[in-house]
Design a protein around this ligand. Structure first.
Ligand code: R5P
Length: 302
């Protein structure tokens, strides 16, 4: 029998009228009520199977110039791209060293106005959201300096970036920093993360701290990733990454501890094992050493 639309009874079985439609949640905390564009971008930045991300940060030049390890972006970054879940950089670095064929989600640094020579918190928003869209950014980011000299302006920058991102379905990452006189402890980092989430950041970057990092994460209603900070021995950097994810971090946004490693590719692969597989630091260090030795035997340059 054929109905008014021309479909036969047999074809009608495709409606599966007795099978309820599954209503899924979303794998990132605090993000269930975001729109489709936001979620699809976040699901590119964060690996859905682990709920975490290894972001490769190489935006340092926007305040530091040609800093150690990033003198030649075109040599330092391309070998690392395949091993990162997402890339955090400026639009200048993107053009300089990320081939469009890389197909990696980019978290675009949108602030400017300060360098290490002056007051870092004295930033403005420098990238139009239209340009972020043109560049295919998966997320946008700027600094919030809680307790900093220009706290209010940095919060205003963040709010404007979030508002603009909301119009385009592009999530905003808040990169938190605390004032020079404030300790990087759970109290101040927790305050900065919470403020950033409350004004609408979809995810937040902060520093790892002990004790109390688990409370920083618990008090922040959206995912928290940690910056790596200054270069540490590989064993210590891997241990820090492990303690962070073990206490609830949704991954790392790591730069110097990767690109300044004696073997950056081996290091980012070891960091991946910690972040996605919760590999213990000792096993991850062993992996780093094995990869380094293998790559050395193969004569790998990076
Ligand atoms: C700092 O604000 C920069 O945005 C870096 O991206 C961030 O600190 C992560 O890099 P690192 O692991 O070197 O600290």
């Amino acid at each position: 029998m054929v109905d008014a639309s021309g479909a036969s009874e047999a074809e009608g079985r495709g409606f599966a009228v007795n099978v309820p439609v599954e209503t899924r949640g979303f794998f990132l905390k605090g993000c269930a009520h975001l729109g489709y564009g936001m979620k699809s971008r976040l699901a590119r930045i964060f690996e859905p199977s682990s709920g975490r991300t290894v972001m490769l940060a190489f935006d340092h030049g926007y305040i530091m110039g040609p800093t150690s390890g990033l003198e030649r972006l075109d040599l330092a970054i391309p070998p690392l791209i395949p091993h990162a879940d997402s890339l955090m950089c400026t639009r200048g670095a993107l053009a300089a060293c990320v081939p469009p064929e890389a197909r990696k989600p980019v978290v675009l640094r949108c602030g400017s106005g300060a360098t290490v020579l002056k007051e870092l918190s004295d930033e403005v928003l420098a990238v139009d959201l239209e340009d972020a869209v043109r560049l295919g950014a998966a997320a946008v980011t700027t600094m919030v300096y809680v307790g900093g000299v220009h706290e209010k302006e940095s919060l205003h920058n963040m709010s404007r970036l979030i508002n603009a991102g909301n119009r385009f379905g592009i999530p905003a990452l808040a990169v938190t920093a605390v004032g020079k006189d404030m300790a990087r402890d759970a109290r101040y980092l927790g305050l900065a993360c919470r403020v950033a989430a409350e004004i609408g950041a979809a995810f937040v970057k902060t520093y790892f701290c002990e004790p109390g990092f688990d409370e920083v994460v618990a008090g922040c209603p959206v995912p928290v990733v940690i910056a790596g900070g200054k270069k540490l021995p590989e064993a210590e950097a891997l241990a820090m990454a492990y303690r962070a994810v073990d206490q609830g971090a949704a991954g790392v946004d790591m730069g110097r501890n990767i690109f300044l490693s004696e073997d950056p590719v081996a290091m980012i692969r070891a960091v991946r094992a910690v972040v996605h597989d919760l590999e213990k630091p000792e096993a991850a260090l062993e992996l780093f050493r094995t990869l380094k030795n293998e790559r050395r035997a193969q004569g790998a340059r990076q």
